[in-house]
Write a protein that binds this ligand. Structure first.
Ligand SMILES: Cc1ncc(COP(=O)(O)O)c(C=O)c1O
Length: 414
């Protein structure tokens, strides 16, 4: 089956939908393999989704990692439908809000209080504002992807220089680079906001070192666990690495795809909310809270995260064998629940061309692996699915060999 219907819908969308136009003009060309990846989804179930042309894909993108239990999880969706039928939007608090926050307080290390918001950018933006208000300092140090607001957007265009001038970043796994910033702006840095890791894992002592340095400087530490929370462990990277931040942002796997985020941490910092403006018409809506409560309870009651880790390990070990067999300049990286394949073909431009070769082959086999973003594994994935993915990756390596990317002999017959 082709992608004709996707392309036809896209031609219309790009004329009237600004995000669709941007996807086409700016993002698609360098992130996906244009012409090979589906553009419009039709439906999704478990570990799979179907595009509008009827093609079925084994999904390792999972809506940017939100869908931890698998698409259309019946327990989560039932909880949401029940809440929708009861009228989920009154603007008043419903008891489920307190219930969900007490659940978070049991799970998330360091959580003395919590608040619920809608998106990841909401949560990281709120964390920064609270830290500035609490410390009376303006400057921020950040690392990783933290959202799209002025203080952390990837591109400068459209953002006042004064706003950008207050934010610095440092080098991951290099405590000296963070120490230098904290010393240069001594007494002026409100917080360090960072993902505990992205693809590279923290070196032994690194996160502990960040914790110590921030304490020394009276700077608050915010772990952005929007990707790692409820995935690496139920209590996120804080639980896994045994390092506790002052505040933590959470979203994504929290609600199996529904839009909700949370900010948890020290009560004295969160109580600063009394003095700042952070609000939304939609914060009290209970539909996504129902999804989050059902997701978290399901994750806590079963072995889902252990299963996700084991499946991720199976995928990584299959890929590692292929990398060795094909003697490819590639490396399997990341934590098992969110693995990735690094390409090392001699620079970004060459890597992107090699990726086009590899990922055009894997998507043809019906396996949706993002060329430039973490992959994610869901608890609905099976061992057979993983083996399907490894077989698709083999086709990817074959394509690399055919297109001349792999010089030399293979390690063994394949
Ligand atoms: C670590 C991290 N922080 C913040 C965000 C921003 O979340 P959102 O896209 O919901 O605003 C993301 C989104 O990918 C993320 O991965």
């Amino acid at each position: 089956m082709g992608l004709d219907h996707s392309f036809e819908l896209d031609r219309r969308a790009e004329q009237i939908d600004a995000l669709a136009a941007k996807r086409k003009n700016v993002i698609a060309s360098d992130q996906m393999v244009e012409g090979h990846y589906p553009i419009f989804a039709d439906r999704a179930q478990g570990a799979h989704f179907w595009d509008v042309d009827g093609n079925k894909y084994l999904d390792f993108f999972l809506s940017y990692g939100t869908v931890i239990l698998g698409h259309a999880d019946p327990d989560v969706d039932e909880a949401v439908v029940r809440e929708i039928r009861r009228g989920f939007a009154t603007g008043l608090m419903k008891p489920i809000q307190t219930e969900l926050i007490s659940e978070l307080l049991e799970i998330i290390p360091g959580a003395e209080m919590g608040m619920l918001l809608k998106t990841g950018s909401d949560a990281t933006g709120a964390a920064v504002r609270l830290c500035r208000a609490f410390t009376g300092r303006d400057r921020v140090v950040r690392w990783g992807y933290n959202g799209w607001h002025d203080w952390c957007a990837q591109w400068d265009h459209g953002i006042p220089a004064v706003s950008r001038a207050l934010v610095d970043t440092f080098t991951y796994n290099d405590l000296d680079s963070l120490r230098a910033l904290l010393e240069r702006h001594r007494g002026r840095i409100a917080c360090v906001v960072m993902m505990p890791f992205m693809i590279e894992r923290p070196a032994p002592g690194f996160l502990e070192g960040v914790r110590e340095l921030t304490c020394e400087h009276g700077t608050l530490l915010v772990f952005d666990e929007i990707r790692s929370g409820f995935r690496l462990a139920i209590g996120g990277a804080q639980e896994h690495y045994g390092v506790t931040a002052d505040l933590v942002t959470l979203s994504k796997a929290f609600a199996n795809g529904y839009a909700i985020s949370a900010l948890t941490g020290r009560a004295d910092v969160l109580r600063t909310l009394d003095t700042v403006h952070i609000s939304s018409t939609y914060y009290a809506n209970a539909d996504a809270m129902a999804a989050a409560l059902a997701t978290v309870r399901k994750l806590r009651s079963g072995k889902h995260l252990e299963r996700v880790r084991q499946l991720g390990e199976r995928l990584q070990s299959g890929l590692r064998e292929l990398v060795a067999t094909y003697r490819a300049p590639m490396e399997v990286v990341g934590h098992p629940p969110m693995p990735f394949l690094d390409f090392g073909f001699g620079g970004e431009e060459r890597d992107q061309r090699a990726k086009r070769s590899f990922y055009a082959a894997t998507i043809r086999e019906g396996v949706f692996l993002h060329p430039n973003h973490h992959w994610f594994v869901s608890a609905a994935t099976t061992e057979q699915d993983i083996d399907t993915a490894v077989r698709a990756a083999r086709s990817g390596f074959e394509a690399l060999a055919r297109d001349g990317w792999l010089a030399g002999e293979r390690a063994e017959a394949v």
